[in-house]
Design a protein around this ligand. Structure first.
Ligand SMILES: Cc1cc2nc3c(=O)[nH]c(=O)nc-3n(C[C@H](O)[C@H](O)[C@H](O)COP(=O)(O)OP(=O)(O)OC[C@H]3O[C@@H](n4cnc5c(N)ncnc54)[C@H](O)[C@@H]3O)c2cc1C
Length: 385
């Protein structure tokens, strides 16, 4: 048994370490070879120790949300894929919801009703806030040893402005005011569940995100957006784990949210939870707006076929889809990968596409757009492995 596997087995139960797990099962493209190790931590402590083990063994690791913006190579990933799916608790205003409950599931210990050991652990780890809060609380409690240490710790070198060692910036972040309600969501919370919760509570601001098939963590990292809105409009901050194992609280400015970008990847942070600020609205109007946007997606986007959404970023010269169409690439195909006939901004998997097919097709698209318009397209999807 290799050293890393031994270390991982000392951190996580056997059922939460998969070997050679096909990444095609975990990406919306339904493409990707096996990950050497695929792990599912459920608390900040486990996550920190997994990262520490990878670093000690000098093995690369990568963080997975819903895999809806990823292309994993056919050879797979030589390292550890960390699935954040178990960090899915959420607190809306002053009400915490049990993992997996989208409405009427106000949290109390009994309400979590764990059906498995994993769920029990997860429930413990997510009470009373969203992700790894049990530990964060210990960190922020000056009466505890670790809290005292943290309070005394000098700000680590290189920490961005607006960041601080975890210790209470967001401890009272979830609140319910007359016109504003804050939400603290775990990184693995899906945007669909989050928007369902917000809608049920009559909270407006996230309607644009209802059809984005990712997690709150992935959407924070990517500053996901649609229909003229983006995560930046609603995010007030995030709690992240650094490579060194420190928990930091970043305000929105420190996250440096730009067009489909943030500081998270470049700093090697892992988003643990994000804090959003929504305002009260008319539930019927919120539902109606989501219905309109969902209809618009169905009409304009190839959502019935596997893809990773918009393949290319929007260049300053115009919409990628229009440039691709005008370069004559609508419907272009390599193997099982095709430029969508319905929306040229999407490369879709029309049947058994390989990652090599997608990459070859993207190269053809980039060359055609460069040749016709002199515009350099840049991939929005993240290529892993
Ligand atoms: C049909 C379809 C429609 C889409 N529509 C839109 C749209 O309208 N607007 C839009 O912006 N996007 C859209 N997308 C793309 C995608 O859903 C978003 O980018 C989403 O935010 C990605 O979230 P995820 O959880 O799937 O992230 P993943 O794909 O799992 O990861 C994306 C990147 O973020 C990193 N990451 C994920 N979680 C964390 C974390 N907790 N901490 C640190 N790093 C992390 C990963 O390592 C990777 O680099 C669409 C995709 C599809 C398939």
């Amino acid at each position: 048994m290799d050293q890393l596997l031994g270390d991982l087995r000392g951190i996580l139960p056997k059922g939460r370490i998969l070997l050679g797990e096909p990444m095609s099962r975990h990406t919306t493209f339904q493409i990707g070879g096996g990950a050497d190790y695929f792990v599912k931590p459920c608390s900040v402590d486990e996550l920190r120790r997994v990262v520490g083990a990878c670093r000690a063994a000098d093995v690369p690791y990568c963080v997975l949300g819903k895999g809806s913006n990823m292309l994993v190579s056919d050879a797979g990933y030589r390292g550890v894929v960390i699935d954040m799916g178990m960090f899915d608790g959420v607190v809306v205003g002053d009400v915490a919801y049990a993992p997996g409950v989208s409405d009427g599931g106000a949290y109390n210990a009994a309400a979590a009703n764990p059906v498995s050991d994993g769920a029990a652990e997860k429930a413990a780890a997510t009470k009373p806030t969203a992700a790894g809060r049990a530990e964060n609380e210990a960190v922020s409690n000056p009466a505890s040893d670790s809290g005292a240490k943290n309070a005394a710790a000098a700000k680590p070198a290189g920490m961005p402005n607006g960041a601080r060692v975890s210790g209470g910036l967001f401890a009272t972040a979830a609140h319910d005011k007359a016109d504003e309600v804050r939400i603290i969501g775990g990184a693995g919370l899906t945007l669909s569940r989050l928007t369902a919760l917000a809608t049920a509570r009559g909270l407006s601001g996230l309607e644009f995100a209802a059809g984005i098939p990712g997690t709150l963590g992935g959407a924070t990292v990517m500053n996901a957006g649609a229909y003229g809105c983006e995560m930046k409009d609603v995010l007030t901050g995030a709690v992240v784990l650094t490579k060194e194992g420190e928990v930091l609280e970043l305000d929105a400015k420190a996250l440096r949210l730009g067009y489909r970008s943030s500081c998270v990847a470049e700093q090697g942070y892992i988003v643990l939870e994000a804090i959003l600020s929504l305002h009260r609205g008319d539930p019927a109007a919120i539902r109606e707006r989501i219905r309109e946007l969902t209809e618009s997606r169905k009409e304009k986007q190839p959502i019935s076929l596997p893809s990773a959404g918009s393949t290319f970023k929007r260049p300053k010269e115009g919409y990628a889809a229009k440039l691709i169409e005008d370069a004559g690439m609508r419907g272009a195909r390599v193997g099982g990968a095709q430029v969508s006939e319905k929306h040229c901004g999407f490369v879709v998997n029309v049947g058994d596409a390989t990652a090599a097919d997608v990459i070859a097709l993207c190269t053809q698209v980039e060359e055609a757009v460069m040749e016709r318009f002199g515009v350099a397209l840049e991939l929005e999807i993240k290529v892993i492995g």
